[in-house]
Design a protein around this ligand. Structure first.
Ligand SMILES: [Zn+2]
Length: 304
């Protein structure tokens, strides 16, 4: 885990994706030191301190303790490779058919983590347990993730408030944690999820993505991208879901096996039956923002 946000001279939080590679005028939220954007090909893009790395950041890198959105870009719930493979097998052989899973095939750890539930003899997958195997429909995924997103926000807010009230030296660090979290939450709430159909040279592809701009602009760009690979391309919008930036990466995880990269473009898919996918997307309840989410969306920085 890395530092992925810096503060601009105007006081805005800037994600590393939007920073130009190399030394920047952005500063560290934890210490105020200047940052360099590291955007190479090996490690994930991140910010490093231009001078010496401050202790709060050293500590968070070492302990993988930068605040991050639950179930946003990691769906494996800390399962190791072999464990995940076994879970997948159980899903195929039992979960999918809704057959009870014998106790000796389950792991106590999975029950503790809430991936499975049952009595002394047999078990079944919970909704959370279906996420690592990509089996949870998108609508239910939202129902699992949304309370987690808000409870993490609440936890960070309380932790910052306690430090502020008690005048703890950790006060600034916890405030920085809260800001880093809020800006990530804001981004997924600001974005709309779109699903496009692309017809190019007699073939049909689909594309999923997120945008904060008018969808017509995005459709034009996708058309341009496609025409650099095909002689003709037509792009149609199949659906647009507001405030659903949270779903994009889970969608890619769930439908990974249908991923169909076109050149360097990786957000394309080829589905045998797109109706099923559309039904999954349309199974999502329209996002209704809560008071807390409106406030996050307003982009006000945490109380100081
Ligand atoms: Zn720092």
């Amino acid at each position: 885990m890395w530092l992925k946000f810096g503060i601009s001279p105007a006081g805005e939080l800037v994600p590393v994706d939007e920073a130009v590679r190399g030394k920047t005028k952005l500063t560290c939220l934890y210490c105020g030191g200047l940052l360099t954007a590291r955007k190479g090909t090996v490690k994930q893009h991140h910010f490093a301190h231009t001078g010496e790395t401050c202790q709060p950041v050293v500590h968070r890198i070492k302990n993988r303790a930068f605040p991050s959105l639950p179930l946003y870009d990691n769906f494996l719930i800390q399962l190791k490779g072999e464990e995940l493979e076994r879970l997948k097998v159980l899903w195929r052989e039992y979960g999918r058919e809704q057959r009870p899973i014998p106790k000796d095939l389950t792991e106590f750890r999975w029950i503790l983590k809430g991936l499975m539930i049952g009595d002394r003899h047999c078990y079944q997958f919970t909704n959370l347990g279906r996420i690592p195997v990509g089996a949870l429909p998108l609508g239910q995924f939202n129902q699992v993730q949304e309370p987690m997103l808000l409870s993490e926000l609440d936890k960070l807010e309380r932790s910052a408030n306690v430090a502020i009230a008690a005048g703890l030296s950790a006060m600034d660090e916890r405030r920085a944690d809260l800001e880093i979290y809020r800006v990530q939450l804001r981004r997924i709430l600001l974005n709309s999820l779109y699903f496009l159909e692309v017809r190019a040279d007699g073939e049909t592809f689909h594309k999923v993505g997120i945008t904060t701009r008018p969808i017509e602009q995005r459709i034009k760009e996708v058309g341009r991208d496609m025409r650099s690979h095909f002689s003709e391309a037509e792009v149609n919008l199949l659906g647009l879901w507001q405030h659903r930036g949270n779903v994009e990466l889970y969608f890619k995880h769930r439908y990974q096996r249908f991923n169909f990269p076109i050149g360097t473009l990786t957000e394309y898919f080829r589905f045998p039956k797109v109706e099923t996918v559309l039904r999954d997307l349309n199974g999502m309840a329209p996002k209704v923002l809560s008071a807390v989410e409106w406030e996050v969306l307003g982009g006000k920085r945490a109380a100081s």
